[in-house]
Design a protein around this ligand. Sequence first.
Ligand SMILES: *Cc1c(COP(=O)(O)O)cnc(C)c1O
Length: 367
Amino acid sequence: MAVPFADLQLQYQNIKGEIDAAIAAVIRDNAFIRGPYVERFEREFAKAASVEHCVSCANGTDALYLAMSALKVKPGDEVITTAHSWISTSAMITHAGAAVKFCDTDGSTFTIDPAAVEAAITPRTVGIIPVHLYGQPADMDAIMSIAKKHGLWVIEDCAQAHLADYKGRMVGTFGDAATYSFYPGKNLGAMGDAGAVVTSDAAFAEHIAMLARHGGIVKHQHQIEGINSRLDGMQAAILSAKLRHLTGWTRARQEAARFYDAALNQIEGVQVPQLAPGRSHVYHLYTIKHAKRDKLAAHLNLRGIQTAINYPTALPLLPAYQRLEHSSAQFPNAYGDQQSILSLPMFAEITALQQQEVVRAVREFST
Ligand SMILES: *Cc1c(COP(=O)(O)O)cnc(C)c1O
């Protein structure tokens, strides 16, 4: 039995009536750009994310750029982020005009090491972008206390962590702002690109909305020079329909993770995802570690089980950052993980049979 990495077609088939009706309504109402469906989704998502304001935009990458532009980062400023993430996080620091300062991860949760953050601070540091990687929150108490001590802003990259919480508090509510991606494969995904910045600061939200909408909220009244980064009506209507299922889908991912944990823990050589105390995990990705990762992946793929490596190269070691002249020794955890991580099939609709198939193939490899 083949097991896909994710199954967006099955998700669609399960809620086809709701999705088709949402799309038809947008076409009927000619509500393609902005309009009532976008406004409704912004209200609904703000509530779901426990914040006052949600400013939608074109994608999660723009969300990072918009948030940093609104914070007015400038040449000479340094922004600290993790060595282990999708490249948007660090690339937008550069595009917003600042310098990227990479920190290693903590060696167990794949999230940024607060001790490394503290060590990376210089008089030019202006902010920190922790990433709640794979769906597990970074150590927000430690990060917020460092930020407070040094007068830094914090933007949480929540692209992989919709509805995750840290000590009972929703991710995205700790920092000055948080960014979300609704890329189709994310835990809440559109049928195209989509993203948002969330914050509980009204003036900050308005500034971001202006930046995203040609510099003004009212047509032809350009207060500043903005960009065009809008969520379109169809994606908003689809996201509203899917948002109603997100809690259930999240629970299903967590149950699937427990199933994997229990079974894979019995297998020699497999390290299942480590959860730090007080943190929930929403398993955007279920990522194990294995010393013979490439051989294990080949074995699984031969049996029709799709896997992924998120991500094959730690950010500082990518060609894009050659100018920074980093070495792997500076990021022992992120570099070590890049050779041993393997993401297994994980999606809300995964069945016990599919999971058993994955576990059987992993066990077969190990014996
Ligand atoms: C997906 C992702 C982004 C970018 O989101 P897009 O919507 O694809 O632009 C940013 N950061 C992280 C950690 C992501 O996983």
